[in-house]
Design a protein around this ligand. Structure first.
Ligand code: GLA
Length: 397
């Protein structure tokens, strides 16, 4: 049977197999790698901008990943190279590595090395070659995939034996202190803890995680990603601004985080906060409820019954949190009109992707209608592809 359009997906190409990556490593560095590690990107099913508010999230790791081939060196130099950037390695010395010294994509792996050093890990010198088929800037955590691939590789080669929860914080620290994006722990948690056929329910206050079965195929549904091609950066602008609003709202309510505000407290909060801050707070409080409700509905009725929760999440992000954009709204509307059972923007917002849960026999129709609608609106040509809940970070050879 012909797969639905975009099933193998995207314009980013196939990730080379382990042998091809090892060959490229040998060509670049003159010796064979010791091993290859892999970490996936993620899509968030529901629970947006709740992670840094000590709330709940429900992402899943996807079948798009970053791989890194690594060999330890005798000296203290770390050389990082990628197949998606320049052909010259970026080199740093572990004894003098400082956050200000790194920039560009190498801030992700070198940020992890720095973060490991800060945690007291004796990081050896290494040569590292990265490859990835997670689309960049699409809201699918290409950055967390790089960080987590680096983190699991360094953890093993340094003999550090850090737990997955500790590696999540290593990755987050790289992102916050080296890359400069004030993000939470959702992306690294999904990449490190994901499992095939499951979503990861995470309580970001306790870091307690549970795998939640997400049998989309068994229900005739497909997770269809609509990459609007509107690129975003969480190191600048809106993301940090929303985080600041949430922190201000919590402080004005006398709370250490918005996790402390139950839905029943919203009416009183409305009298205390200014109108805009109240809407930001309302998004977070209601989104936490939607995540918990989604888990309950998945357990009792399965994926075909969560569509309304996804739709409500999108409206809350569009109207209360104001992180959507015309392209994302159009993608969501068209997908819903053509038969998706639920759709929402996913990730940090201001661009990136939407996720639609689409019946398998409607995937082509949604694909064509979204491409047409974007054409009529004179938006850039979107990229549509499907993803599956996949395994988390691990050594692959
Ligand atoms: C980005 C951040 C995450 C999270 C989401 C929004 O992906 O990296 O920590 O805040 O945005 O839910």
């Amino acid at each position: 049977m012909r797969p639905p359009r975009g099933t193998t997906g995207g314009t980013t190409g196939e990730i080379p197999d382990g042998q091809a990556l090892a060959d490229r490593f040998r060509n670049a560095f003159g010796h064979a790698p010791e091993g290859i590690w892999s970490a996936p990107g993620r899509v968030n099913l529901i629970g947006e901008h709740t992670d840094y508010n000590d709330g709940f999230v429900l992402p899943f790791a996807i079948d798009r990943s970053t791989r890194v081939a690594v060999r330890r060196r005798q000296d203290r130099r770390v050389r990082v190279l990628s197949t998606f950037d320049s052909s010259t390695p970026v080199s740093a010395d572990t004894s003098g590595l400082r956050p200000d010294d790194v920039s560009g994509w190498s801030a992700y792996p070198l940020g992890v090395v720095w973060s490991m050093l800060q945690a007291g890990v004796d990081v050896p010198g290494m040569d590292m070659l990265f490859d990835s088929n997670v689309p960049v800037g699409a809201g699918l955590s290409s950055s967390a995939a790089i960080e987590c691939a680096a983190a699991v590789a360094v953890n093993e080669l340094a003999g550090a034996a850090l737990s997955s929860s500790e590696l999540v914080l290593i990755g987050q620290r790289a992102e916050n202190d080296v890359v400069g994006a004030p993000t939470g722990i959702m992306d690294q948690s999904a990449s490190l803890l994901g499992a095939a056929g499951s979503a990861v329910f995470l309580d970001c206050q306790s870091q307690h995680a549970e795998l939640v079965p997400l049998d989309l195929a068994g229900t005739g549904l497909v997770a269809q990603i609509i990459d609007t091609k509107v690129s975003h950066s969480h190191a600048t602008g809106g993301y940090a601004d929303r985080r600041a609003s949430c922190e201000r709202g919590a402080a004005e309510l006398g709370l250490s985080s918005l996790r402390g505000l139950p839905p029943s407290g919203l009416a009183q909060a409305e009298g205390v906060l200014d109108e805009e801050t109240f809407r930001r707070v309302r998004h977070v409080v209601t989104e936490n409820e939607r995540v918990q409700r989604t888990c309950q509905v998945l357990a009792t009725q399965g994926p075909s019954a969560i569509g309304e929760l996804l739709d409500a999440s999108h409206l809350s992000m569009r109207d209360d949190f104001e992180i959507s954009c015309p392209e994302l709204d159009l993608a969501v509307d068209v997908a819903r009109n053509l038969g998706a059972i639920g759709a929402r923007m996913t990730g940090g917002g201001f661009g990136g992707s939407a996720i639609a849960l689409t019946p398998v026999d409607r995937v082509d129709a949604v694909h064509d209608a979204v491409v047409d609608a974007f054409g009529h609106a004179s938006f850039e040509v979107p990229d549509l592809f499907t993803v599956q809940p996949a395994e988390g970070a691990r050594r692959v050879s």
